[in-house]
Write a protein that binds this ligand. Structure first.
Ligand code: UTP
Length: 234
């Protein structure tokens, strides 16, 4: 299978702890023996800090986005370093370069591409462009909820949902001030358009992410004890 993993910066680069890069690298190297992998790394708190400073000194939003992209690429380079010979040595800067890099047989790791989106959208566009079999959004929440669980006690987690339902939930969450959905609206629209099978799950444990991917293709009845977040079915 070709699997695209959107790896949130809030997971991978939380506190910039080397252990987090190393444990993800170990899990991905093992996974790459079975599947072709493209990993899209987010910027996390460092991207937000840099963007806040840039905004405060007068940078416009496109400049802020370019700064955010640079930070996502730094995280990509750290993961590449941790992967060593298993990784393509540079983060591709375009979707076409990512496609070419994958022909090396190595794990491809990249960050952002163009202003005006997040790395979830990069992952979804890559998944569509490269005709991937599965996309995993490994993030700091454990799935997609009907409303923001921080503020709404009636919010329930979807075990499964259609891409259209995802778009509706994401749009209504994003319309509320201060709320942020676990999937960005552009990514949700692309998932709806290309009908890629997507799992949104907590990425804190690389072994859990890897196990969920390994279980894909196995008869669903035999899957026990897994908590794969929310599954989005085209
Ligand atoms: P992220 O994808 O990390 O955003 O990109 P995020 O939603 O904050 O995700 P987490 O916290 O890592 O999970 C960081 C910033 O980089 C810019 C945007 O400004 C984004 O907010 N960016 C990223 C782009 O402009 N284009 C891209 O293709 C990717």
């Amino acid at each position: 299978m070709l699997v695209i993993i959107s790896l949130g910066g809030s997971i991978l680069a939380k506190d910039l702890n080397p252990d987090s890069f190393i444990s993800y690298a170990n899990a991905l190297s093992a996974l790459a023996k079975k599947h072709r992998l493209v990993i899209v790394t987010g910027g996390g708190v460092a991207a937000r800090n840099y963007i806040n400073v840039a905004r405060s000194v007068g940078a416009n939003e496109v400049v802020c986005d370019f700064i955010g992209i640079d930070v996502t690429r730094l995280n990509a380079q750290l993961l590449i370093s941790a992967l060593g010979a298993d990784a393509f040595p540079e983060p591709p800067r375009t979707y076409k370069d990512a496609e070419a890099a994958l022909t090396s047989g190595k794990i491809v790791v990249m960050g952002g591409v163009i202003p005006g989106q997040t790395t979830d959208a990069v992952s979804a566009i890559l998944a569509e462009y490269m005709d991937a079999d599965l996309m995993v959004i490994a993030t700091s929440v454990d799935g997609v909820y009907s409303a923001d669980p921080q503020t709404d006690h009636d919010a329930v987690k979807f075990e499964k949902m259609t891409a259209k339902e995802l778009v509706n939930v994401v749009m209504s969450t994003e319309m509320k001030a201060g709320s942020k959905s676990p999937v960005d609206p552009l990514a949700a629209k692309i998932i709806e358009r290309c009908e890629i099978e997507t799992i949104v799950m907590n990425g804190n444990d690389p072994a859990a992410v890897s196990e969920v991917i390994m279980q894909e293709g196995v008869e669903s009845e035999s899957i026990t004890g897994l908590h794969p977040g929310t599954r989005i079915i085209g």
